[in-house]
Design a protein around this ligand. Structure first.
Ligand code: ADP
Ligand code: ADP
Length: 237
């Protein structure tokens, strides 16, 4: 479970990124966070994997208290949280396989990864992840040769290879055309259904959110202004 108790985030610039968030996300839920640019969506997901430190309140992910955690504790947490970004964040000059193996870095020594001496179990997990997103045939292709939708699937596979407890996707479809965006959302939803990984997806547009979110959280100015089902969101807007 992810649990926010009165969590605020103030950036060094003085901007309030989160303003007293109370939120519980049970294990296995598929949550979509919507809001305009600057509403705090990104800050919300980045606090969950410890990328943005909380200023006050308590944040727990599973049994770990993230607020005030040590660097070592945060490393452990991040190993369990798969991140997906708008810009894919792949190393495009190398193969799809090498990109997915990045998801296994936390489980291997630095010298093994430098020498490419991956354990068979790590390669197996990478292959399984690529199969799950339907691009195992692209394993040995350079990432730069894939379309945007395919690159985002590689990023999803990289997250899955981590064997994560939580997947966080920060505007994962913002740079994709609508049909591709729908495909990627369907992939994320199917993976949530098949593997039961708690998933939090930030989206800019309410129409996509209504189509895919079991639970929709609306944000404005660092606060939660809506928390309900897609049908309830219809009535609220
Ligand atoms: P969203 O993801 O909904 O666009 P963000 O979480 O990125 O919203 O931003 C919430 C608020 O925090 C905005 O006012 C934004 O300008 C501010 N903010 C985000 N990141 C930083 C940062 N690194 N430093 C200072 N202010 C930031
Ligand atoms: P998929 O083919 O798995 O559905 P997409 O929906 O992302 O993946 O692909 C969109 C289209 O872009 C596909 O028809 C694909 O063949 C094409 N495409 C493939 N590689 C590139 C590329 N490097 N640049 C632009 N389009 C590409």
């Amino acid at each position: 479970m992810i649990r926010f108790d009165n969590v605020s985030v103030r950036y060094p610039t003085g901007t309030l990124g989160l303003d007293g968030i109370d939120l519980e996300i049970p294990d296995g839920q598929f949550v979509v966070v919507v809001g305009l640019s600057g509403a705090g969506k990104s800050t919300l997901v980045r606090t969950i994997n410890g990328l943005v430190p909380t200023t006050s309140g308590t944040l727990q992910v599973d049994d770990r208290v993230v607020s005030g955690a040590s660097k070592r504790q945060l490393r452990r947490l991040r190993a369990q949280v798969g991140m997906i970004f708008q810009s894919f964040n792949l190393v495009t000059r190398t193969s799809v396989m090498n990109n997915v193996l990045v998801g296994r870095l936390h489980a291997t020594s630095w010298w093994r990864s430098l020498l490419g001496l991956w354990k068979p179990a790590d390669r197996e997990l990478a292959f399984e992840a690529l199969e799950r997103v339907g691009i195992v045939d692209k394993a040995w292709v350079r990432a730069s040769q894939l379309s945007g939708g395919q690159q985002q699937r590689v990023a999803i596979a990289r997250a899955l290879a981590q064997e994560p407890k939580v997947i966080l996707a920060d505007e994962p479809v913002a740079s994709l055309d609508p049909p591709t965006a729908n495909q990627v959302m369907r992939d994320l939803e199917r993976i949530n259904r098949e593997l039961g990984i708690t998933t939090v997806v930030n989206l800019h547009f309410l129409d996509l959110a209504r189509r895919y979110g079991q639970r929709i959280i609306g944000m404005r100015q660092g606060r939660i202004v809506f928390d309900g089902t897609a049908d309830e969101a219809d009535d609220a807007v």
